[in-house]
Write a protein that binds this ligand. Structure first.
Ligand SMILES: Nc1ncnc2c1ncn2[C@@H]1O[C@H](COP(=O)(O)OP(=O)(O)OP(=O)(O)O)[C@@H](O)[C@H]1O
Ligand SMILES: [Mg+2]
Length: 351
């Protein structure tokens, strides 16, 4: 068990600041997912926790203790990389045990541990096989088991599933959630895939350009995004955003929040448009609708009733609308501007 804390942490590469004065608390025993676009600093943060590539300034604390001067092997953390190195000439058993050999654990204790952990990750029957005879997902589990055998209080995982095909990835996602439940240790998981973040995280830490944009439970990031970046990074297709008025204030709605009809409906925001694309995905259909005022909105419908070139109306209820200020931050319902913007949108649509 361990909590992790970043206090005013900065990281400079070749005189280029990548992270500046970052503060972050990662709760003990939680599944925390660091998510953000490529190059935003996720791996950099993970490597600072592991001690592989320490911060330029500021402190990293594990369980309240500054670990700046503590060597990577002594921090009680284990890291699983995107390109996990398992040894092709060693059996699964030896690969897992390799995590222990340097720790002077007695032989019979090692055998017991390898078998218990091998079984935990579902490799009980494969312990004497060579990695080349395993599937991608099974190999991934060898890497996980090798990290687990060290009994770390913190698991650091850097895009561990990115080498797997879509189906295996979904399966491994579920296995990792279960593993986390079973172990109760702190998981810090890095991905640029927002679906992965949404499905696994207790807490999402959303980053952009080395700056934390939002730190909250997945449903909070989805329902109450802090700003335009969060609103458009989480969710597929992303939230629709369009200008409202002369300044840079914008409004938005999720693709699934718009109701599509062939006659104008009674919605707070309502606009006429033409279907320009249709993507039938089985359980839902995604349409792109070009509105009379030149906006292109994505809408997600449970049924497949419309065709390309059809004239339709999009309606969005008031409680599904979002507003963002000129600073790109979301304007909360409590904010005095909210009511005024809501009224302005009603005026635009029907004027
Ligand atoms: N060793 C290094 N030397 C110089 N710059 C580096 C080094 N490592 C990382 N960077 C830079 O720091 C920034 C953050 O890199 P980082 O690897 O943390 O991104 P990331 O969020 O993990 O991205 P990805 O999703 O592509 O893995 C990038 O702009 C990268 O170019
Ligand atoms: Mg990375």
């Amino acid at each position: 068990m361990a909590s992790i804390e970043f206090v005013k942490v900065s990281k400079v590469f070749d005189r280029q600041p990548v992270i500046q004065d970052l503060d972050l608390n990662i709760e003990d025993g939680k599944f925390t997912v660091l998510v953000g676009p490529s190059g935003c600093g996720k791996t950099t943060l993970l490597r600072m926790i592991a001690g592989i590539d320490p911060q330029t300034s500021g402190s990293v604390l594990i369980n309240g203790k500054d670990v700046t001067r503590i060597a990577p092997g002594k921090r009680g953390v284990a890291m699983v990389f995107q390109n996990y190195a398992i040894y092709p000439t060693m059996s699964v058993r030896d690969n897992i045990e390799f995590g222990l050999v340097n720790n002077k654990v007695p032989k019979d204790e090692r055998t017991r541990l390898v078998e218990t952990i091998g079984t935990t990750v579902g490799l009980g029957e494969y312990l004497d096989r060579k990695p080349s005879t395993l599937s991608g997902g099974q190999r991934q589990r060898v890497a996980l088991a090798r990290a687990m055998v060290k009994n770390p209080s913190v698991f650091l995982m850097d895009e561990p599933l990115s080498n797997l095909d879509a189906k295996l990835r979904v399966q491994m996602r579920i296995e990792l959630i279960e593993l986390h439940k079973k172990l109760g240790s702190t998981f810090v998981y890095v991905t640029h895939d927002q679906m992965e973040a949404m499905s696994m995280a207790d807490t999402i830490v959303l980053m952009n350009h080395g700056v934390i944009q939002q730190e909250a439970a997945p449903e909070v990031v989805y329902r109450k995004p802090n700003n335009l970046f969060a609103a458009q990074f989480i969710g597929v297709p992303p939230m629709n955003i369009a200008p409202i008025g002369e300044d840079k204030t914008t409004f938005g709605f999720r693709p699934e929040s718009a109701v599509v009809t062939t006659e104008p409906g009674e919605y707070h925001y309502s606009v006429k448009g033409t279907v320009v694309t249709r993507e039938m995905l089985g359980s839902e259909t995604i349409y792109q609708v070009k509105t009379v005022d030149g906006q292109a909105f994505m809408v997600k419908c449970p049924d497949d009733r419309f065709h390309v070139d059809q004239v339709v109306y999009l309606g969005v209820p008031a409680d599904k609308l979002y507003f963002f200020g000129t600073d790109e931050n979301r304007i909360d319902e409590q904010d005095a501007r909210y009511r005024e913007l809501l009224e302005r949108l009603w005026g635009t649509a029907h004027g």
